[in-house]
Design a protein around this ligand. Sequence first.
Ligand code: AMP
Length: 114
Amino acid sequence: MNDCLFCKIIERKLPSKIVFEDDKLVAFEDVNPQAPVHILLVPRRHIESVNGVEETDRELMGHLFWISRKLAQERGVAASGYRLVVNSGASAGQSVFHIHVHLVGGRAFGWPPG
Ligand code: AMP
């Protein structure tokens, strides 16, 4: 995707603070953190949102959770609690249309979400 911000980060055409990567995903620090820990986990494959997830992506979606869990542990928020957020579509507040998981932690969060 030529005009996708996260594709450009994945391809190293834009700078970011990458904290983890493998053959399936790249994880980097959110540029505008909403909590002491705020990491974005982004699959290398360009999928616009949850609406674009195919049956063949099921393993990839599980991998996003698996690495989220590992990073939560690594950042020391696994025991205290953290939140995984996937905004899908305009009403949910999605602003970058390349599917991603927000891993946020290090403070208490309210419910319901704003
Ligand atoms: P969403 O609103 O769920 O689509 O989340 C997009 C996230 O991407 C926001 O939390 C932004 O702060 C973050 N973001 C936007 N541009 C960058 C960037 N260049 N590097 C890192 N994070 C970014």
